[in-house]
Write a protein that binds this ligand. Structure first.
Ligand code: NAD
Length: 330
């Protein structure tokens, strides 16, 4: 079975460099998908409240533990706090109910999903895919003026530390933050974010953000490592207009040279620079291929060449949806 290396986080815990991302894994398949991923050798699962499949993912995890495939302590499980729950009391309640959804005693990592606080919607009324909109789906989402500092303090109170050994999150972190917000956080955080999860692929390298995070001891996780691929099914015009990274001549030439697939080259380009990857696939053959992506090395020259493909193509952009989602403050 493939063994994947891990990175030590600032919290002291370790995180496997390849995980299985479960955004858009259909709810009805999620338990089996997670179980089978663990059977293949995955030890890291990336979920979120927003993906609407935490209970099913937890079912897969618990079945794998029960069948003796793995022990809980060998797994690294991430989830995320959604935008409508940034107020202290909502963040605390949602964090606890997310751990209960997974049916586990703790999660390894809990991230603030976006640095955007939207008006509270009771969980019973929130329905995918209207997460970014109000319940009437008017595409006008009211902002709730909650500073990140309030949300972060709520998560800090749940983190597992020497003062709080029963904390429900071994590590806490953020997603979709930029440098300015990270610098601001570092000014007040009692616990530094262990992880920053952002969009990262050769068409959007975000070099300065990644350098800044890594220089400050924040481990970076890349999402959407395959660039446009994931956004084609979302109807993104930007994704449709771009050349697939799998068809990009630079990626194809390097993959041919190494006898690896373009997907493996894209993942190795990240992990070789200490960036964690969480590719999603519904096929076990591709899951296996992605997991095996750390078993070869690119040259420095190849890494530089791939980084040179940057065109600032941001795909996970709510303003790029049709119609665009706007948040209003008045
Ligand atoms: P991805 O880059 O992992 O791409 C997924 C697509 O690539 C799917 O169409 C899949 O079929 C295809 N694919 C997977 N492996 C392949 C292979 N070996 N060869 C060819 N095609 C392959 O996209 P993603 O799902 O956007 O990102 C991965 C994970 O990142 C998500 O599942 C989620 O967990 C996380 N994520 C987080 C955020 C955030 O805001 N924090 C946003 C997007 C994604």
């Amino acid at each position: 079975m493939t063994t994947v290396p891990s990175i030590k986080l600032s919290s002291g815990y370790t995180m496997p460099v390849v995980g299985f991302g479960i955004w858009k894994v259909p709810r009805e398949n999620t338990a089996d998908a997670v179980y089978n991923a663990i059977k293949l050798g995955y030890r890291h699962i990336d979920g979120a409240y927003d993906y609407c499949n935490s209970a099913e993912a937890g079912e897969g995890v618990r079945r794998a533990i029960k069948d003796g495939l793995v022990k809980r302590e060998d797994l690294f499980i991430t989830s995320k706090l959604w935008n409508n729950y940034h107020r202290r009391e909502h963040a605390l309640a949602m964090a606890k109910s997310e751990v209960a959804e997974w049916g586990l005693e703790y999660l390894d990592l809990y991230l603030i999903h976006f640095p955007i606080s939207l008006q509270y919607i009771p969980p019973s009324e929130i329905k995918w895919p209207c997460f970014w909109t109000d319940p009437e789906r008017t595409k006008r989402t009211p902002l709730d003026p909650v500073p990140i500092a309030e949300t972060w303090a709520a998560l800090e109170s749940l983190a597992r530390t020497s003062e709080n050994p029963t904390g429900i999150f071994k590590s806490i972190g953020v997603a979709n933050f930029h440098t300015q917000l990270l610098y601001d956080m570092l000014g007040y955080a009692k616990i530094r974010p262990a992880v920053l999860q952002v969009e990262h692929h050769p068409y959007l390298t975000q070099k300065h953000l990644i350098d800044m995070a890594q220089e400050n001891g924040i481990t970076v996780t890349a999402y959407s490592s395959f660039g446009p691929q994931s956004y084609l099914e979302m109807g993104s015009g930007r994704a449709a207009a771009a050349t697939s990274l799998f068809e990009n001549p630079v990626i194809k030439a390097i993959s041919k040279k190494h006898g690896r697939t373009p997907a493996q080259v894209l993942l190795r380009w990240a992990t070789q620079r200490n960036i964690i990857v969480i590719p999603k696939s519904n096929s076990s053959e591709r899951l296996a291929q992605n997991l095996e992506s750390t078993s070869f090395d690119l040259t420095e020259e190849e890494i530089t060449k791939i980084s040179g493909l940057d065109i600032g193509l941001r795909l996970n952009d709510q303003a790029d949806l049709s119609p665009p989602i706007r948040i209003h403050t008045v």
